[in-house]
Design a binder for this molecule. Structure first.
Ligand code: ACO
Length: 271
């Protein structure tokens, strides 16, 4: 049964991973969190997966942590159980933040509280205009923990983050895009099409460069300029040793073959 709470299909090198507890609005129980980690493991290094998309079955992306199975039942067992459940949840979000493949959150509906962890963990995020985002923690008497406060201040400006966390009012997908919680909002009926379009562009890029770039964007935000400059030199040199001269091919196709222009698109990857 636990395998059913997360499902996936792989189509044309895109892994479509779904929270699959629609009857519970895809809230994250310990079972979901454990299964999600297994799915991350199963997909990360497969040659037929180039992009990882996380979405939800039914009307919800994820209604946050499971208040019964994640909070109440673990508190009843003792601190050890709460800490274990936290490690499992935070563990797969951390794993997703540094995933080997580019990742896209496709927010199809409700997105509350703890769900901001995986939202931020994904490199890109696209929402349905009809989706609903909320830091509802204040409504049931806690602070936005599990990284949710950090996500709010990383992605949203100070005034909006404070209002969002204190008021417990929801915003729709369009407002989430204005605030920077997601890249874009489109009507729900167009959401999968738009995400597919973006994923297909990512699939044309050098995969080693994608991984180096996504890590760099996350890492440099906490560095001084000088440290960032140094890190980026080292990161590029490390990437060079992994990419079988991809960048040399990129230069050759532009300068010698004249088959593309880097300012207008990607070089052709070797099969
Ligand atoms: N934890 C536990 N159970 C949940 C959760 C949750 N986070 N969200 C939904 N469910 C359950 C409901 O209890 C209900 O179960 P039941 O059928 O056994 O009664 C079922 O899912 C369906 O939920 P409804 O409330 O009936 O669905 P509806 O579509 O009317 O409302 C909504 C959806 C608005 C998402 C509502 O379920 C809700 O407010 N959920 C809680 C959202 C939330 O605040 N999450 C916690 C954020 S804070 C954190 O994550 C740390």
């Amino acid at each position: 049964m636990s395998e059913d709470v997360v499902t996936y299909t792989i189509e044309n090198h895109i892994a479509w991973v779904k929270y699959n507890r629609p009857e519970k609005r895809n809230c994250m129980s310990p079972t979901v969190n454990r299964r999600m980690m297994e799915v991350l493991d199963e997909l990360e290094y497969r040659d037929d997966v180039g992009v990882f998309v996380l979405t939800g079955e039914g009307t919800s992306w994820s209604a946050g942590m499971d208040l019964k199975e994640y909070f109440r039942e673990n508190e009843e067992k003792g601190l050890w159980a709460t800490r274990k459940a936290q490690r499992e949840a935070y563990g797969w979000w951390r794993r997703l933040r540094w995933y080997h493949k580019p990742t896209i959150a496709m927010i199809n509906g409700w997105c509350f509280g703890g769900a901001y962890g995986p939202l931020f963990a994904c490199d890109l995020a696209f929402a349905a205009e009809e989706a609903t985002f909320g830091l509802s923690e204040i409504n049931w008497g806690i602070l936005p923990g599990g990284g949710a406060t950090k996500v709010a201040v990383e992605l949203v400006n100070f005034r909006n983050a404070m209002y969002h966390a204190l008021m417990g009012e929801n915003i729709d997908g369009q407002k989430a895009a204005e605030w920077g919680l997601v890249n874009e909002a489109v009507p729900l009926v167009k959401l999968k099409e738009r995400v597919t379009e973006v994923a297909n562009v990512l699939l044309t890029k050098n995969p080693v460069a994608l991984k180096a770039t996504k890590d760099a964007i996350r890492r440099v935000s906490e560095m001084t300029y000088d440290n960032a400059e140094d890190y980026l030199i080292r990161a590029q040199e490390a990437a060079n040793s992994h990419d079988n001269n991809g960048r040399k091919e990129g230069i050759k196709q532009f300068i010698d073959d004249k088959t593309y222009k880097p300012g207008l698109g990607a070089y052709k990857l070797k099969d």
